[in-house]
Design a protein around this ligand. Structure first.
Ligand code: AP5
Ligand code: MG
Ligand code: ZN
Length: 219
């Protein structure tokens, strides 16, 4: 089963992708995480992406399409994958269709996580993640069970993203509504769009996603 998770910044794409990937034995492919890793490692892609990401703008279609196509072709993805934060432009969606067709693959469900803007801003402002395994936490909504210890891997180091500040968040929301929201009718026309209420608690959203997937079956 291959899935796309869509939604504005802070909607819970990463949080839910990790849970659904674990439940259905899929690989999570987050373009944001891959780009942040490239920045940390100081690769050519990372050097090109850093300032764009810090400003809240989108990295070029060519770069993200290249990194996603490379991963989709690897054996780790043979049981299925979740694209978290990709595609984000119509051009990326068309490129993805071509890459999938060339490998004989299809997307079974596009899960859209819907959340109001005020809530998104509160979520992004309080977000931090485990430096070891990338698990996402929140100062109020999703604290580790034991203070300063990651629930998943026991890691003790946490970090906050350099694009989680008020100016960059405003740009990220604007870019999302301008460039990514227009993808919804595209996937609706393909009858693969499943919209869930991302305002609910994390566990409830996970159950909504599972029900949407199970209700529609998969090829
Ligand atoms: P990316 O890393 O994908 O960022 P984003 O889209 O802005 O989304 P986030 O990761 O901020 O939010 P999320 O939906 O994953 O929410 P999370 O689960 O963390 O991309 C970053 C940048 O990379 C882009 O701006 C762009 O520059 C570049 N990029 C990436 N992909 C690209 C592409 N395809 N094309 C071009 N450029 C690209 O949750 C947020 C917080 O809320 C957490 O603290 C979490 O604990 C909490 N939370 C989650 N769900 C709930 C809930 N139900 N209730 C309460 N709290 C919750
Ligand atoms: Mg994310
Ligand atoms: Zn961890």
């Amino acid at each position: 089963m291959n899935l796309i998770f869509m939604g504005p910044p802070g909607a819970g794409k990463g949080t839910q992708a990790k849970r659904i990937a674990a439940a259905y034995d899929l690989v999570q492919l987050s373009t944001g995480d891959m780009l942040r890793r490239a920045v940390e490692e100081g690769t050519e892609v990372g050097r090109q992406a850093k300032s764009v990401m810090d400003a809240g703008e989108y990295v070029s279609d060519d770069i993200v399409v290249a990194i996603v196509s490379e991963r989709i072709g690897q054996p780790e993805c043979s049981k299925g994958f979740i694209l978290d934060g990709f595609p984000r432009t119509l051009n990326q969606a068309h490129s993805l269709d071509k890459v999938l067709a060339s490998k004989g693959l299809e997307i079974d469900h596009v899960v859209m996580i819907r959340v109001d803007d005020e809530k998104l801003i509160a979520r992004i402002a309080g977000r931090f993640s485990c430096s070891t395994c990338d698990a996402a936490y929140h100062d109020q909504f999703n604290r580790p069970k034991h203070k300063n210890v990651c629930d998943i891997c026991g890691g003790l180091q946490f970090s906050r993203r350099s694009d989680d500040n008020a100016e960059a968040v405003a740009v990220r929301l604007e870019v999302y509504y301008g460039q990514t929201a227009p993808l919804l009718p595209y996937y609706e026309a393909q009858k693969s769009l499943r919209t869930v209420d991302g305002m609910a608690d994390i566990d409830v959203v996970t159950e909504q996603i599972k029900s949407a997937i199970n209700a529609h079956g998969s090829d």
